[in-house]
Design a protein around this ligand. Structure first.
Ligand code: IPE
Ligand code: IPE
Ligand code: MG
Length: 249
């Protein structure tokens, strides 16, 4: 992709001035293709995908990124074979149980977005433990998108707002800030940078509202092969982008 190229010293100088993204969102895609390429079952691709996430979280925390949101399971991913869904849920629990102490030591607080109530109860319990154990950490938020869909989130947000209104009264008009305050991401800044691995050029129902002005970076690298160096490349490209937010300089 042409504008993903980092060229020459000029680009490098500009990068010094431009801030880091406060919030990075990642669509961790390509585990299945990684497995197929290695002649392995898809579930082993997911296992490698979880392994790849750990150094990325660490690197984001080291860089001073405030929020890292990762798309781990979409509202549409239930359409996959039950065995694959079960493996993904088991990997989630394994990740939470084994990584929470280290995440806590790194100052990372675990949060979720998505309709968590539909996940297996053991996964919900593991999430509750991890959230509780890391609640006081303030260096970075690791935001796990689980049973997450942008459309589902918007509908739940509107319904949450409706439920907060006094019964029998005339409903006020809903405005942008009020709706944002009822989203799962309430209180978090919008993503500045969206990274999608494995070359697909689509949002797949991820953070539809919040992506309004995100810079988008797509790489052909499959998620299990995504390293901190790949993250650095994405951030370098981000820092060379001119963000106008509809205005001009
Ligand atoms: C992403 O990898 C992980 C999840 C969706 C949970 P995929 O499983 O979608 O991998 P591909 O797209 O089939 O390669
Ligand atoms: C998006 O990837 C969801 C996650 C990475 C969790 P998918 O592989 O499910 O997306 P599509 O189906 O290719 O759009
Ligand atoms: Mg995929």
């Amino acid at each position: 992709m042409e504008d993903n190229l980092i060229s020459g010293a000029a680009g490098h100088e500009m990068m010094q001035d431009r801030p880091l993204p406060r919030h990075i969102a990642i669509i961790m895609d390509g585990n299945g293709r990684w497995a197929i390429r290695h002649g392995l079952p898809r579930v082993l691709g997911h296992r490698e995908g979880v392994k790849a996430l750990k150094p990325i979280v660490k690197e984001c925390s080291r860089l001073g990124i405030e929020v890292l949101t990762v798309y781990a399971f979409s509202t549409e991913n239930w359409a996959r074979p039950a065995g694959e869904v079960n493996t993904l849920m088991a990997l989630l629990e394994e990740f939470l149980d084994s990584e929470t102490p280290e995440l806590k030591a790194q100052g990372v607080s675990i949060r979720t977005i998505g309709d968590i109530g539909q996940l297996p109860v053991s996964a919900q319990a593991a999430l509750a433990r991890s959230r509780r154990d890391t609640a006081n950490q303030s260096k970075m938020v690791l935001n796990l998108a689980l049973n997450y869909g942008g459309r589902d989130e918007l509908v739940r947000a509107v319904n949450r707002w409706l439920a907060s209104q006094p019964l029998g009264g005339v409903l006020p008009a809903l405005d942008v800030d009020t709706l944002a305050q009822h989203l799962d991401t309430a209180g978090l800044p919008d993503p500045d940078l969206l990274i999608r691995s494995s070359g697909e050029v689509r949002l797949s129902n991820f953070l539809l509202w919040q992506m309004a002005y995100a810079e988008i970076y797509i790489t052909d690298v499959l998620w299990p092969d995504f390293t901190p160096e790949e993250l650095q490349k994405a951030i370098a490209v981000f820092r060379m982008r001119e963000r106008r937010f509809g205005g001009h300089s």
